[in-house]
Design a protein around this ligand. Sequence first.
Ligand code: OTU
Length: 671
Amino acid sequence: MQPELAPGFPVGPLGIPETVRRRAAFALGRMRPALARYGRRRIAEEGLDKDLWDVFAARLDTHFPALYGHLLHLYAGRDDLSHHTGHLLRVALDSWLSRPAELRHRDAARDGVAWHTNPDIVAAVCYVDRFAGDLPGLTARIPYLERLGVGLLHLMPLFDVPPGQNDGGYAVSDYRVVRPDLGTIDDLRALASALHDAGIDLALDFVFNHTASDHRWAEELRAAAPESIEDEDRNPYLMFPDRTFPDRYDRSLREIFPETRSGSFSFDPGLDRWVWTTFNDFQWDLNYTNPDVFVRMSGEMLALANMGADVLRLDAVAFTWKQPGTSSESLPEVHDLVRAYNALVRIAAPAMVFLSEAIVHPDEVVSYIDPAECQLSYNPLQMALGWEALATRDTRLLRQSLSHRLDLPAGCAWLNYVRSHDDIGWTFDDDVDAAGLGINGVDHRAFLNRFYTGRFPGSFAQGLAFQENPGTGDARVAGTTASLAGLEKALSEEKPAEVDLAIGRILALYGIAFALPGMPLIYLGDELATLNDHGYRDDPDRAADSRWANRPRMAWDRLPLVDRAGTPEAKVSEGLARLVLVRRHPAFASPETIVHDVGDDAVLAFTRQTGEDAVLILANWTERTIVIPSGTVARLLKAPAAIDLLGGAPWSGTVGPVKLAPYQQRWLTVR
Ligand code: OTU
């Protein structure tokens, strides 16, 4: 029987249809007594806190209807749903009873509190090995993070991977074993507590679209009798005996890594099957039509929570549900899946929130952002269009997009960033935002790719093409912030004026990531203006993946240059330090933002406002000096004079217009 509810319905007392509520109450009523007996017994046997069951039961009562509603929507047709639901609740209870006391205290303090929207939190991201060698090494670097002002640290995947290629850790062989060269689970737990003691939250990846092809679940299939893998509904992966279905699916699927393989399926000789592999051959997509996969992955997810994760980055979220004849991206069921996971977190690890990693069309990006789904989301539009405006010296597309795409539901926030460990994809909207300005999206992306790979005459950028697809003409761009912003070229050509312009661009991009509503993210190493790392080409496991150019080792030997005035290291790190400080201004407390047109398209102007407090941000996106008439400034500021939070000269209308040097930003406020 199909339940009568729309996919992705809002969770919350009012959002759940009465029929679902009744079915959930009935299901829970049947499972609760055995669950309670089991929980109480474990508590007694292990001498745990007596009230642990009561706390769990209260959360279960609140969130089970949503959890069950989404499971019904995904799995209503299956006769084994109640079996799997019972198993799932046991997994959740076990996880809760094993949750370290420190984390349970965080649950008590943070349950229902949108702590992740605190405007003072600055996020940072790094690879453990490339930043600090290993987990104990990273723990030793916490004072450095504190000095930078970091309040949330995202560690790139650090769990066990296959030998050789592993997509930078995104092919996970075991979610409960740390990569041996990085340390152990105990080291990870110790790091999490040390970070928490320093007031820094921890973000880890939940790579739940796929596992590595040598994960235990895949090995078990290889070891199993061939007949036992015939039942597709029971398999953990999506496997096909021949090309019939793969050929049919491939027609409507986008190739994500076209340079590595054509189509989305790989042949596994051990299994004699074609396996769904959206990314690399060694990353096997999970079969979420099988509820057992959801239950298994729930166990892995809650294990991550109990290791001390405050944020889980939902890797490749858009791809998790497949449907023949569709793009199999962002299907309605994906929302049910994430909401079901989220409801489970509210029951068993409520201090934790989700970060959506959907680097897709802006309408699709926002579809994941909801207190009941992902409370945080990358802001790929702000990221890509910041670079777009640097190439065109024109902020119209950026302004147009921001003017109607910034608002989020209460309790949710953007993660604003300049670049990540990945490539840059030009995910703006063609139909409304670009076409409205007379921009042809296809041509514009081709231009941006040429510009950032340095192929466009006069370009300052030295990026690398990533996943060029000769079939579609698509490509993305890899490179560090500094190299894409022109520093690599300027230094190699020994042009000091160009060096300063490149630094201006780096700080312009970070300035906007800090000034817009949401949490700004620093890619660690960017504070030292780190250039592309060309060494990846010598490593056969990395040579084909140009994203390694933007994953350089932390150049600790260059840290002393931060104290040598005039070096790029000093200028960029000083600029970032100032951004961290001034962001604490009360105007940034609420997300309210108004985008302005100051009459020069090279200027990005907007006001951040909270109650009586306001900051007017004026950002020059070109290498020419720009003058903004004092009348315009006074009108936008609603005041005749202001100070510049970034340390520029105070402005007063009686003295004259506002002058913006190349790439300069002014953050003007009355107080
Ligand atoms: C993510 O990115 C990770 O960030 C990548 O590092 C991984 O390779 C990948 O998943 C597989 O785990 O295609 O180029 O639109 O949003 O999900 C990066 C697709 C990617 C992206 C994203 C994916």
